[in-house]
Design a protein around this ligand. Structure first.
Ligand SMILES: [Zn+2]
Length: 365
């Protein structure tokens, strides 16, 4: 979705040269694909199967952890697997639903967006931070919250460099591992109480959203903390809870980083600047700041909910990820036709290596 004028109300960034032939032609080709195949842009049976599979598996693992007697090491493996399935629910169900691309019906999108609350965070807060801020101002330092991890991690060249950053390519791994633990138990509350100010205009929480935040946080505390402690006791619960968050945090962080914090993308600097003009139109900016990976790998594509098709997702966030493999071919062809660079790593290993090399280089240069 292209940014609406509303999102620019407080923004200090403007994109130049709007409406080029490139993006118009790309949009026409993508729309023609859906029309000629007579299919909807939202999710279909493939997405419903995934939703059932991931949600029911997650639920089954959770229930067996609380009701079936098992050796500690089996419980530990299951706790780790639960974290992994939570990440898959996030990639496949929550992400599409929060973008409104899961279904053509708002109610279904809004309902399934609440899977974010089941995972421990908050759908409304995520939509502001992700849909409005990150998707519009991708990799613009000072605005895009996804690359603001300073001073702990230096992700963009415009961020200040400290001595310890030379080791960041190593210590990001434990940081990623505890990221969801702190996100759900600490960061959400900090942002809620400080009413986090983004550099761009975001929506205010309604009374209903305040209620949803508190009800779902209370339910999370009950189902993930109180109940397991009653069943397992303090220490086994803590080890299991931490294990679940380690797999969740590592999977979420690494997958999201491979799209924007790698060597083949650009970063822009809007730190401490009143006004920044990005010398490209919004669509080209998305192509310059985003990379695909492993687009030919059906296994990766199925589990990651199209997050390996981030270029297509950033250009067409209102299209469900189940269509991205087809859209990717159109994007690639149109980019070649118009001489626009399209970034993609052949496989996950190359994208991962590039992420860590990027952090290594930014820690030293
Ligand atoms: Zn998104």
């Amino acid at each position: 979705m292209r940014p609406s004028p509303l999102h620019h109300a407080l923004a200090t960034v403007q994109f130049s040269r709007p409406g080029s032939d490139f993006f118009q032609s790309l949009r026409n080709s993508v729309h023609a694909y859906f029309e000629s195949n007579k299919i909807s842009q939202t999710g279909d049976y493939r997405l419903y199967i995934k939703t059932l599979f991931f949600c029911l598996s997650g639920l089954a693992i959770y229930i067996s952890l609380l009701t079936v007697a098992m050796p500690w090491w089996v419980a530990l493996i299951l706790a780790g697997t639960l974290g992994l399935f939570q990440a898959f629910i996030g990639f496949n169900v929550m992400h599409d639903a929060c973008h409104g691309s899961y279904s053509s019906k708002h109610k279904i999108n809004n309902f399934l967006a609440l899977s974010m609350n089941v995972l421990g965070s908050d759908a409304f807060m995520w939509k502001q931070k992700h849909n409005l801020v990150h998707h519009t101002y991708t990799n613009i330092d000072g605005i895009d919250d996804d690359i603001q991890k300073a001073p702990l991690i230096r992700m963009a060249p415009s961020q200040p460099k400290f001595w310890a950053h030379r080791f960041q390519f190593i210590y990001v791994v434990p940081l990623y591992a505890v990221s969801s633990f702190f996100w759900i138990l600490l960061k959400d509350f900090q942002e809620y109480f400080s009413v986090k100010k983004y550099a761009v205009k975001v929506d205010k929480m309604s009374t209903m959203e305040h209620v949803t935040f508190w009800v779902s946080k209370s339910l999370y505390m009950f189902f993930y903390i109180v109940l397991p402690i009653l069943v397992w006791g303090w220490l086994p619960w803590f080890i299991g809870f931490l294990t679940m968050h380690i797999t969740l945090g590592l999977t979420l962080s690494l997958v999201f980083q491979l799209a924007h914090v790698v060597e083949n993308v650009e970063f822009h600097d809007a730190r401490d600047k009143e006004h920044t003009l990005v010398e490209t139109e919004w669509a080209i900016h998305q192509l310059k700041t985003t990379s695909d990976f492993a687009v030919d790998n059906k296994f990766v594509s199925w589990f990651l909910g199209g997050l390996n098709f981030q270029v297509e997702h950033h250009l067409f966030p209102r299209i469900s990820h189940v269509h991205y493999p087809a859209i990717q071919k159109i994007v690639k062809e149109t980019c070649e036709k118009y001489g626009v660079e399209y970034h993609s790593y052949k496989n996950t290993r190359l994208a991962m290596a590039s992420h860590f090399r990027h952090l290594y280089n930014l820690g030293r240069k």
